[in-house]
Design a protein around this ligand. Structure first.
Ligand code: CS2
Length: 489
């Protein structure tokens, strides 16, 4: 079978760009060209281009891995988006990604893109751990390898904060307007998180640069949502069957999509309001909290409890009679920590999440979501748990989820299985210190990594007792019996 390289000859059933791709020029640089960006922001951009045009083509950049470039470059940036719903799978070929670069191999080319006046937005989906943020202070983590390297070699950056600051420095020096950095990772107040890191880094290089950035560069916050598992052989095979040619870069996703964005851009933006699921607002924070706590918090509970139960997919957990009620209880407990959001019914949102998680056409692996626990737990579970505790609300499901993570970690260490977490070494040391110890001792040890839990939670007896109880139940009886026995108050 031949390979996807152009739009010519695609079957009529396959969606195609609704604009002249040959005339499209780049306007966005995106760091982190994984499946999620291609299923989410790129699709919104595709729809904005069809509705209103503009030179908003995307150049994708991955920091280290060459895999995406190798898959997409021979296809001129084209790829298939499969949308898998209960009613079947549809295919659309997306055209708005015009080029792909791997930063490690070509720092100069990436810096040239950032300096190009045509580049007006630099968006990011690089995962929580790539920012070099000190979890305990929220400031720059000077021990993060990319931060340390880039402060020492600012003209040859290796991480996103280093690239953004060098790119902005070059634009300032050239007398150009800045681009707008647009964080699309699952972090609360993600625009502010990024702004603080960029300013902190810039200040260490040149206080004048930091002042210029503070005065001229907006950092809009965003909430992003679309469940997008890693592509598999089945994704590629189904895409080939639907489009009639091979596609090494095909991805699959669910029908639902949501993108809530603060409308603060220095030099324009695509007409994203024309895209499905996009909401512009002055304040993303309540949407972000809702999504991180109700969707991602439940996802982490599902990931650890499911992995412990030997369940491979999210939908397997939703079909499990012992675990599914715990997931629903957690959605309700997470909703109780939220302020009312006009127009939003949290109970209906929870029902919609349960339906999305139960979609059997999306084979989202529990082990994929279980990755990087230390980076995800704070915003999803431990900070919200403290708020719940302080408001006198139930924390049983929060404690169950955190204890499931702890048991997942202790089991991996005991079996000498590698843990996919940037703090894997520190976690293994915590477990080793209380080797074979009581649940109380293990809870204390695994609560210690800085930034994982607010100190007021770590020191709260109601919380530590609930976690120890859940961990003891998980150890003695396994996740299903533990979920049933765990008191939810
Ligand atoms: C998931 C998210 O892997 C994870 O941690 O919770 O990637 C989740 O699927 C997305 O945020 C959904 O929008």
């Amino acid at each position: 079978m031949t390979r996807l390289t152009s739009l010519a000859g695609l079957p009529e059933t396959v969606g195609q760009p609704g604009y002249d791709r040959d005339a499209l020029r780049p306007g966005i640089v995106h760091f982190g060209l994984g499946a999620f960006h291609r299923a989410h922001q790129a699709v919104a951009t595709e729809q904005a281009l069809a509705a209103a045009g503009g030179n908003w083509g995307i150049t994708g950049v991955n920091l280290r891995s060459r895999d995406t470039e190798e898959r997409m470059a021979p296809q001129n940036g084209l790829y298939t988006l499969l949308v898998r719903g209960p009613g079947g799978t549809s295919a659309r070929v997306i055209g708005c990604i015009l080029g792909v670069k791997t930063a490690r191999d070509d720092v100069a080319a990436v810096l040239a893109l950032l300096e190009d006046p045509g580049t007006r937005i630099v968006s990011l989906t690089v995962t929580e751990k790539a920012y070099g943020r000190d979890a305990a202070t929220g400031g720059l983590d000077l021990a993060h390898p990319a931060i340390a390297h880039d402060l020492a070699h600012p003209e040859a950056p290796s991480g996103v904060v280093g690239f953004l600051v060098e790119g902005l420095a070059r634009r300032r020096a050239a007398g150009l307007a800045p681009f707008t950095p647009l964080c699309c990772d699952n972090l609360p107040d993600n625009g502010h998180v990024l702004e603080r890191l960029v300013l902190d880094f810039a200040r260490r290089r040149d206080p004048g640069l930091a002042e210029w950035i503070a005065a001229n560069v907006p950092f809009p916050s965003t909430m992003v949502d679309r469940i997008t598992p890693a592509a598999t052989e089945a994704t590629l095979a189904d895409a080939a069957a639907l489009i009639g040619v091979e596609d090494a870069a095909a991805i699959e996703t669910e029908p639902f999509t949501q993108w809530v964005i603060e409308d603060r851009f220095a030099t324009g933006r695509p007409a994203w309001e024309a895209a499905e699921g996009v909401i512009f607002t002055d304040d993303v924070a309540p949407f972000e909290k809702m999504k991180l706590r109700m969707l991602n918090g439940s996802h982490s509970l599902i990931a650890y409890a499911g992995a412990l139960a030997g369940l491979e997919h999210v939908f397997d957990v939703m079909e499990d009679p012992a675990l599914a009620p715990m997931v629903r209880a957690h959605m309700a407990a997470a909703a109780a920590t939220l302020e009312p959001l006009p127009g939003m019914d949290y109970a209906a949102y929870a029902d919609a999440l349960a339906r999305r998680f139960s979609n059997r056409a999306i084979r989202h692996r529990t082990l994929q979501i279980a990755m990087d626990g230390t980076q995800k737990l704070p915003q999803r579970l431990t900070w919200p748990a403290l708020e719940a505790l302080q408001a006198g609300q139930p924390v049983g499901s929060f404690a169950f989820a955190v204890a499931a993570w702890m048991h997942f970690v202790e089991q991996a260490v005991a079996a000498a299985r590698p843990l996919d977490d940037p703090q894997a070494g520190a976690l293994a040391a915590c477990v080793a210190r209380v080797d074979g110890g009581s649940a109380e001792a293990m809870v204390a040890a695994l609560s210690a990594p800085p930034g994982l839990m607010p100190p007021a939670l770590r020191d709260n007896a109601v919380w530590t007792e609930a976690c120890a109880r859940a961990l003891a139940l998980l150890r003695a009886e396994g996740p299903r019996a533990a979920a049933v026995a765990m008191p939810l108050h």
